[in-house]
Design a binder for this molecule. Sequence first.
Ligand SMILES: O=C(O)CCC(=O)C(=O)O
Ligand SMILES: [Fe+2]
Length: 413
Amino acid sequence: MEEREERRERGLKRKKASSKIEDAKRSARPELNNFGWQTLGYVEKFRFPPVVDTIERVDATHLTVDQFREKYENPGVPCILQNAAAGWQANDKWTIERLGRKYRNQKFKCGEDDDGYSVKMKMKYYIEYMLSNKDDSPLYIFDSSFGDRHKTRQLLEDFQIPRFFEDDLFRYAEYKKRPPHRWFVMGPTRSGTAIHIDPLGTSAWNTLISGYKRWVLIPPGAPKSLVKPYKHEAGKHPDEAVTWFTFVYPRVKAGSWPKEYPIIEARQGPGETMFVPSGWWHVVINECATMAITQNFASLANLRAVWPKTVKGRPKLSKHWFKRLRAERPEVLPVLAESAPLRDEEEDSSDSSSSSSSSSSSSEDESEMEEIAARCGVSMRKKRRLLGSSADRSTESSESPCASKIRKSEERK
Ligand SMILES: O=C(O)CCC(=O)C(=O)O
Ligand SMILES: [Fe+2]
């Protein structure tokens, strides 16, 4: 009798899990409702290419912050830092078993619906999905708000920002106003991130706790038409890593790939930290189940790219940030002045999705900026550039070529 009861209970739980998984899948990828999630048969047909690893690796324990800046950050050279995660609690705690126990009923973002709202799944259901799915391009946890939720905040204690990345200039902005900047990342084989450049000109570090990730990095300046799948290749999975590896990867390996954009390949393993400099295209696919933590940051090295993009894409934030930097880091003001976009300047060629509207910034703001520009010894022309266009935007929207990193829903907060 008791046994029958238990069997019934288990059956009900299984049913509930599949229904929760189905709900999330329907919301996150409604375009697959008719097409199907396994139609391409990638579980059988998709083969990871032979391992090629051409990235520079460096032992973080023997590298000073100054050396990192000189060799990698300032010249924009990608690298893998080894041992930057030594001693992290995540190395022991972030296993499927332990996370599945501790965060069992906590919801993590694994997609977004058509209206830009997060699609979330409880950890217990996601793990079930991760371990059993045969989907062509599976759902992927890419959660930027774990640190803000009471019951998942503890994950923050399991890792530390490696010292090379501590001087994140966005930390001077009020926490609630700063763009999303850290993500807990977890997904099964074939999940990953399609080719993109990280938002707002930021650089990133990405530490893998378990599993293996394949990376391809393409230098800044490579045209979108070259690095993205062609229209006829995109099919129902235009923005998925599997599509890139199926169609574009053979092209980057062919002799006809332009020599001016030499790619870098890597197979990242547990404990390794990838450094992605500002402006680099990158695409990532998980070879097996992985767990990782990634952060994006602004620094002295990328501020020349970050500032104009922030002014254009996040005008209100840029004003707030400016004031904070002026108070806390006045030495960076000349960099802002030098790099600010001209008023009414043409949008640059990158994926910008800024919207414009009617309200204007106060003249008080403007004169304040001009005064600062003068103090920095910036010319009249550049003074006008300091804050970019004086037309403010009522709805800030950010340049977001990294689909997984800045989502509309997060911008809405
Ligand atoms: O781990 C991944 O899927 C890639 C994440 C990414 O694009 C990044 O860290 O910038
Ligand atoms: Fe990225």
